[in-house]
Design a protein around this ligand. Structure first.
Ligand code: ME8
Length: 511
């Protein structure tokens, strides 16, 4: 069985889960579910980023210890993911003992390989992004270029990683592997960034300033820089490094049997530089293989403004879920955002996407099942399900291309189009006319069999995005599970006893 390892960012334990975090996590979940159904052995990782200045300060503000805050927030993220139907195999927290030991082992390895040195550093630091920016990046107003927050001037002793040493190798890797960073616009951004000489990376902070971190194995007065700590989570969860083994057997160089390298790291475009420059060079320094793909998706805004706590416009995915259901939130996020581009949340667009579920897919299911009940006593006729064959084939091809090529919006558009086409098929065949015509019995049988078969195909296509509703639909079709793609060809619908039930996606009051 082939395996597939995918990751989301680990979210800062200082903030509440919001629509943006939900997007990346649902994107990962949909891919994970699709791959599992295609027979792959999936490892799907998410978690929380719990060290560093941001957490230390947030905890102090709330009168808690950093670990108390992290326990509370990790619990919130885990609960949110459960409510949104996330099927992660592991939830990692960077305060876990195993992770702390792997970070220490990685740092030690970088040092043993001669890539670490000590120096005095002065620069502009953003606590919001937990990173330094250059004079050029912060501009004349001296603000963090990603979120516009404050930066502070810091001068202190740090240890450095010779990131500059790997610049040429990284550029070559990106040029030789055009699909390594997707979409292409993001890849070009990274290449543009790498056109300037790459500075070395400060990888530690004095403990006198930041106590909340992992101490360097060789200098207890310094803690590991939070991004080096956080990025390492992907290796920790893979099992590639055994920090308890003797140094030469820990897994650097001769890779231990493990899930490393990851097949894809998913993230927003805000943290592309850390993932496509810091992370691969650190891996090169430690003699570890690079991840197979880095996907940076676009940014959710609200109307035309940035989502932010201070503006009070943060969209809570759990609120939407309480009103419309998990499937509706998942569908909206996957269908509305073209994977690499920005998207704007508006209640109107949300309702439009919900209406697709309700008026197209839900309606097709309801009318099909009702007609089987009304015209054939609830038993699917044993007739050739030979309508819509070309539409179904085309939809399945476009769907697979979309889900495997990280263009999920296009894949799901193809699925919804099939449902739309099936509604058109109902209008064209007019089963209510056939039912009154004694000569129409055969055609009515074939029409109903075709529609039921199409619903089974749609259940398979919608399972990754609306898993609960897909299961419900399958049960109503008298199937004991949502069919796998490999099972569709041989699937017999004739003779099954269907149940009509209540609408899958009930109409909502737009107010
Ligand atoms: O950056 N639109 O954590 P974070 C789209 N701890 N995606 C969004 C979004 C929005 N408006 N807002 C957030 C960190 N996201 C680090 C990561 S990884 C080793 C360490 C999503 O809590 C998107 O995936 O700030 C983005 O990259 C991530 O949340 C940032 O989460």
């Amino acid at each position: 069985m082939s395996s597939f390892y995918l990751t989301t960012p680990i979210y800062y334990a200082s903030g509440e889960p919001h629509l943006g975090h939900a997007y990346t996590t649902i994107l990962a979940d949909v891919i994970a579910r699709y791959r599992r159904r295609a027979g792959q052995d999936v490892l799907f990782l998410t978690g929380t980023d719990e060290h560093g200045q941001k957490i230390q300060e947030a905890a102090a503000e709330q009168g808690m210890s950093p670990l108390e805050l992290c326990d509370l927030m990790a619990g919130r993220f885990e609960a949110a993911w459960e409510d949104l139907g996330i099927s992660n195999d592991r939830f990692i927290r960077t305060t876990e003992a195993e992770h702390r030991a792997v970070v220490a082992a990685l740092l030690e390895r970088l040092k043993d390989n001669g890539h670490i040195y000590e120096a005095e550093y002065a620069g502009w630091y953003s606590v919001g992004q937990e990173r330094y920016f250059t004079e050029k990046e912060i501009g004349p107003d001296r603000v963090d270029p990603i979120a516009g927050g404050p930066v502070q001037r810091i001068r202190e002793k740090n240890y450095f990683f010779r990131m500059s040493h790997f610049q040429e190798r990284l550029i070559r890797h990106i040029e030789e592997n055009p699909d390594w960073i997707v979409p292409a616009t993001r890849r070009n951004e990274v290449l543009g960034f790498l056109a300037q000489p790459l500075a070395d990376l400060s990888i530690s902070r004095p403990r006198s300033r930041i106590h909340w971190g992992i101490p360097l194995p060789w200098d207890d007065a310094q803690v590991c820089y939070v991004w080096v700590d956080a990025l390492t989570n992907y290796v920790t969860a893979s099992g590639a490094i055994d920090p308890d083994a003797p140094k030469e057997e820990r897994g650097f160089g001769d890779l231990r049997p493990s899930r490393w390298p990851a097949d894809v790291h998913l993230m927003g475009k805000d943290i592309l530089t850390t993932h496509s420059v810091y992370w691969p060079t650190l891996l090169m320094g430690a003699n570890l293989p690079l991840p197979r793909k880095i996907l940076a998706h676009g940014w959710w805004v609200v109307g035309d403004t940035k989502m932010s706590k201070s503006l009070g416009n943060v969209v809570d995915p759990l609120d939407l879920r309480d009103r419309f259901g998990t499937g509706a939130v998942r569908w909206y996020l996957m269908r509305e955002m073209a994977t690499g581009q920005d998207a704007s949340y508006t209640p109107g667009r949300f309702l439009t996407r919900y209406d697709e579920l309700s008026n197209i897919l839900g309606n097709l299911a309801h009318r099909t099942l009702s007609m089987v009940k009304r015209y054939r006593g609830g038993v699917v006729p044993d007739a050739p399900a030979d309508g819509l064959a070309a539409d179904t084939e085309a939809a399945l091809t476009a769907y697979r291309d979309g889900l495997e090529g990280y263009r999920l919006h296009a894949g799901f558009a193809a699925a919804m189009n099939l449902a739309r086409g099936a509604n058109g098929f109902v209008e064209a065949r007019e089963p209510w006319v056939l039912a009154r015509d004694p000569e129409g019995a055969d055609e009515l049988d074939r029409t109903l069999a075709t529609l039921v078969r199409t619903l089974a195909v749609l259940a398979a296509m919608f399972e990754p995005v609306t898993p609960t509703k897909a299961r419900k639909l399958s049960m109503r079709l008298d199937l004991d599970h949502v069919p796998l793609f490999a099972e569709l060809d041989a699937l017999e619908v004739g003779g099954r006893s269907v149940t009509v039930g209540s609408p899958l996606f009930p109409r909502v009051d737009p107010d």
